[in-house]
Design a protein around this ligand. Structure first.
Ligand SMILES: Cc1cc2nc3c(=O)[nH]c(=O)nc-3n(C[C@H](O)[C@H](O)[C@H](O)COP(=O)(O)O)c2cc1C
Length: 318
């Protein structure tokens, strides 16, 4: 890999919360920026407590994070951006890619990308009224990839710090292949650095994209890291023995569990979070499914802990 490669951790609502990010950064590092899952205006014109807690600076100390907002119009943008300004953030990411009807029906995410009037108003306001360094994260339109070419022209009029592109339509969700050719086409036109995002699981994936976009050096990765926390170090060419890897993976798990127990006294919530964690983390181990099942069956933290302790005894890396 080139020395100049940058790796960004994708925002994954429900997975990469502040505990996960902080523990990941402590144990593995190797990430240039962690994108915080979006904050949005919820019931009562307020940000949900869980989202608010996730962006609070005291919960993100010493971790290079970028907050993300999901909004439909200038009114929502203002509420969210003011909140982040109050928290002294200097960088902000705008979500133009959320594919779920819950967001798009309200004009947010990919729906905002496809609404040139609203989008222009939002971007004009964001650049005129604030000093943030701004990036956007977007998809290839709602249903038809060909629409992105036009929307991309609109984006080109603004001085973004970077643009992050996941080349799938909202309709596809996560199905089908990410369109790397489409990424290459936009990369050739882009005035701001264009970050590649989508389905990076291995060195081969990176090399395949490089064949289409030889100078590509900025990468955002999500599920690939949830599956294999060592992926960024592997992509950087750093190697560790299996023994060291296992030690770090166990330490990572234990840190997360310990921190969740500090936040939630309700054991059911902690176990639920650990089930989410294992739903991807199981991929790091041969027979990792056993640990996932332990989490799913655990009735309390004692049974969770004893089941996972037994799993570690014979754990082998995938
Ligand atoms: C469970 C889940 C939650 C996500 N939450 C967000 C989010 O809050 N903001 C966002 O921009 N993208 C979100 N995404 C999209 C990811 O950031 C990323 O674009 C997508 O997973 C593709 O990258 P990957 O193949 O490397 O995972 C989410 C994806 C998943 C699967």
């Amino acid at each position: 890999m080139s020395e100049q490669d940058s790796f960004y951790f994708a925002p994954l609502q429900g997975f990469t919360d502040f505990v996960y990010r902080r523990c990941y950064h402590e144990v593995f590092g190797s990430i240039d920026e962690y994108y915080i899952p979006y904050i949005a205006i919820g019931p009562g014109q307020k940000i949900r407590n869980s989202q608010y807690r996730d962006v609070l600076p005291e919960n993100n100390e010493n971790v290079p994070v970028v907050p993300q907002i999901l909004c439909a119009n200038v009114g929502e943008l203002k509420l969210l951006a003011d909140e982040l300004k109050l928290m002294s953030y200097t960088t902000i990411n705008l979500n133009l890619g959320c594919p779920y009807p819950m967001a798009t029906k309200r004009g947010r995410g990919t729906a905002l990308l496809e609404n040139p009037d609203q989008l222009k108003q939002v971007l004009d306001y964001l650049f005129a009224e604030y000093d943030f360094k701004v990036s956007v994260k977007f998809r290839a339109g709602l249903t038809d990839e060909s629409t992105i070419v036009k929307q991309f022209e609109l984006l080109q009029a603004y001085p973004f710090e970077k643009l992050i592109f996941h080349p799938r339509t909202a309709k596809q969700l996560y199905k089908g292949a990410a369109n790397r050719q489409l990424f290459a086409e936009l990369a050739a036109k882009s005035k701001s650095p264009l970050v590649y995002n989508g389905d990076i699981q291995s060195i081969d994936d990176l090399n395949e994209i490089r064949q289409q976009v030889p100078n590509q050096s900025e990468w955002m990765i999500g599920r690939g890291i949830l599956n294999d926390p060592f992926l960024p170090t592997k992509l950087k060419g750093e190697l560790h023995s299996d023994e060291v890897k296992l030690e770090k993976l166990i330490a990572f798990h234990n840190e997360i569990l310990k921190n969740y127990q500090v936040i939630w006294t309700d054991e059911g919530i902690v176990i639920h979070r650990m089930i989410q964690f294992w739903s991807y983390f199981q991929q790091s181990f041969m027979q990792g499914r056993k640990a996932y099942k332990v989490a799913k069956k655990a009735r309390n933290l004692d049974s969770y802990q004893s089941g996972i302790d037994s799993f570690w005894v014979n754990a082998k890396l995938e």
